[in-house]
Design a protein. Structure first.
Length: 204
């Protein structure tokens, strides 16, 4: 039995469903919302690569190294983006969260916070993970800030770690959250989701 079994996670108008071939058109539309593939520090597929992106994710699922979810609007079933568990290591009860991106119209909304609440709750409370990790490009400052807002701890930087889509070599910033830290992080995520949003208040 795989460490991560197929499951649908849902809350606050958002659904995470196992990524499947029939999500190709939805992923294509989500990536086109903001032409996200032009951002050099992300792994968003170009429109013509949506199907191969899914096929690659499914191959990694079969290998046990990644489990990808399509992020859906629970009411319209529109695809808003994609996120995954990856670098799954059952022996030490560890997963990482990544391969995450959202249509531009869904950014700076409750979508990402809700997805992280769903993924972390499932990881710690259903899968029994001891550690959840994240990794991001050293120049993806928005991603680093979002991870740090979750309460994850910065573990360090792997220098010369991976290739970007443009062929340059990136450093990778590593973060993690341990199971003992989860209750406080869960409380903070719920607070952020329940807090009234003020259009006049800037939160750095």
């Amino acid at each position: 039995m795989a460490f991560v079994e197929p499951v649908t996670l849902a809350a606050r108008g958002i659904e995470l469903v196992p990524l499947a071939l029939h999500h190709a058109d939805g992923l294509r539309a989500a990536a086109s919302d903001g032409e996200l593939w032009n951002i050099r520090v992300t792994s968003v597929p170009e429109p013509e690569q949506a199907l191969s992106y899914i096929e690659n994710a499914l191959a990694m699922r079969d290998a046990g190294s990644r489990f990808a979810f399509a992020v859906l609007d629970a009411h319209s079933h529109r695809v808003l983006g994609c996120t995954s568990y990856h670098d799954i290591v059952p022996a030490v009860q560890r997963v990482e969260i990544g391969w995450t991106w959202y249509a531009k119209s869904s950014q700076r909304s409750h979508v990402n916070t809700t997805c992280k609440l769903l993924l972390l709750t499932h990881a710690f409370e259903s899968l029994g993970c001891q550690v959840v990790g994240w990794r991001t490009d050293n120049f993806n400052f928005a991603s680093q800030a979002a991870i740090e807002r979750l309460g994850a701890k910065k573990d360090g930087v792997l220098r010369g770690h991976a290739l970007r889509r443009d062929g340059t070599i990136r450093d990778t910033v590593m973060y993690s959250l341990r199971s003992g830290e989860w209750p406080e992080v869960r409380a903070q995520l719920l607070y952020l989701l329940d807090k009234p949003r003020s259009p006049t208040l800037y939160m750095p």
